[in-house]
Ligand binder design. Structure first.
Ligand code: S3P
Length: 430
């Protein structure tokens, strides 16, 4: 944890070594919530160290579920959906969109009222995307301007829905599947393009039958989940910052062990490989439902490309880092079809473009993306994290390959996903 108002990152000579990044945030949220409504004990090893996942655990506790944590091992005593109790306090999701959106589906079928609150950033983020399906299932929802926190859900008996996601969002898909599990009948979710499938995988691991087809998922209501034991892979989105650092800093070679290699999350690596980046991916031989493996990265001369369409949900959290890497490519990186970035922890198109300009780069901003021309050397400067963990970390990496020091304002927000990020960065840099 760092508490200073600013952090200076100086240019690095090399990035080298072998590291493991902490457990995956997206998977940890899902396992904790499903463990809470399963029957029996769930033990989760390598649970994410992220502050967002701690918010999920606290919300689960407030719903009357016993949760014990010893460092990165979490034990949850689930008593089924009927074991959830009316929270005496508000469910505080902090900065975490996943916590509030996933949980909106989880509490939709309960016979009580739950009120979600969050920090200033989360309170600006749209909830209509989960309010609409949760209402269609039959729950009552009240929210500020019918879109923002605080949001109160009064659960009740649910009827299955056939829901087409208006936007590709794994968070909304998850809310619908969690509510579908409690509904009468078969719920169908249709996705415009495939988003991360951790929920489908986790549901199956808890013993639920989930039928998946090309961009459709079906779940029967009334199934009971069974608690189980899990080991969470390293977070591919956290690994992405280190991959980028090793690609861009001269004379680097970095090995990342035990990284999650679910193909719905590894677009960042595959796109960079297409751009001739030297990235070797070595899957572990005994990969389970959530594959893991090792990544070896070396300094590379990267071509650049346009990224849009079906790639976007796969790389949505890595786009700030990809855009910054654009400065180090031969032809630049253009991002399209990514208007969703404007609804993240900050408006990430604006945050990236503003900070890149502060560091002397040319950037073209579009409503749905940006173009970062290649062959640009960033200069030092003072950038803002905009209170957004991924912006803080992406520009810390920029500081490693800029011509001068990069000072980051409000760097501590990195803890939202990756509290040990700066320590690990210091460990691999010289
Ligand atoms: C997530 C889905 C994505 C992603 C977020 C985590 C998930 O959000 O940006 O960090 O784990 O389901 P959207 O579903 O809003 O695109």
């Amino acid at each position: 944890m760092i508490d200073a108002d600013t952090l200076e990152i100086t240019p690095a000579l090399t990035i080298a070594g072998t590291i493991s990044v902490p457990g995956d945030k997206a998977i940890s949220h899902r396992l904790a919530m499903l463990g809470a409504v399963a029957r029996g004990s769930t033990v989760i090893h390598n649970f994410a160290e992220s502050a967002d996942c701690a918010s999920t655990l606290e919300c689960v506790r407030r719903l009357g579920v016993t949760v014990e944590r010893d460092q990165n091992i979490v034990r949850i005593e689930g008593r089924g959906f009927s074991g959830l109790q009316k929270p005496a306090l508000e469910l505080d999701a902090g900065n975490s969109g996943s916590t509030v959106r996933f949980m909106s589906g989880l509490v939709a079928g309960t016979p009580f009222e739950s009120t979600f609150v969050g920090d200033a950033s989360l309170s600006r983020r749209p909830m209509k995307r989960v309010i609409d399906p949760v209402r269609r299932f039959g729950a009552k929802v009240q929210a500020r301007d019918d879109n923002f926190l605080p949001m109160t859900i009064t659960g009740g008996p649910l009827s299955a829905i056939d829901f087409t996601l208006p936007i590709a969002s794994a968070q909304v898909k998850t809310a619908v599947l969690f509510a579908g599990l409690q509904a009468r009948g078969t719920t169908i979710v249709r996705e415009p393009v495939q988003s991360r499938n951790h929920t489908e995988i986790a549901l199956a691991q808890f013993g639920a039958r989930v039928r998946t087809g090309p961009n459709t998922i079906e779940i029967d209501g009334g199934q009971e989940l069974r608690g189980s034991e899990f080991s969470v892979p390293g977070d591919a989105s956290s690994a992405a910052f280190f991959v980028a650092a090793a690609l861009a800093v001269p004379n680097s070679k970095l090995r990342l062990a035990n990284v999650g290699l679910n193909p719905t999350r590894t677009g960042f690596l595959r796109l960079l490989q297409e751009m001739q980046a030297k990235i070797e991916i070595v899957p572990a031989s005994d990969t389970g439902a959530e594959p893991v493996g090792e990544i070896v990265v070396e300094t590379s001369n990267i071509a650049g490309m346009e990224i849009g369409g079906h790639w976007i949900p796969n790389v949505i959290d890595e786009i700030p880092m990809l855009a910054i890497l654009g400065t180090r490519t031969r032809n630049g990186i253009r991002i399209r079809d990514a208007a969703e970035l404007r609804a993240k922890e900050s408006d990430r198109i604006h945050s990236v473009a503003t900070n890149l300009r502060v560091l002397g780069a040319r950037v073209e901003e579009y409503p749905d993306g940006l173009f970062v021309p290649g062959q640009q050397r960033l200069v030092g400067g003072v950038v803002d994290s905009f209170g957004d963990h991924r912006i803080a970390m992406a520009f810390a990496v920029a500081g490693l390959f800029a011509a001068g020091p990069v000072v980051i304002k409000d760097p501590a927000c990195a803890a939202v996903s990756f509290p040990s990020f700066y320590d690990l960065l210091n460990q691999v840099r010289a």
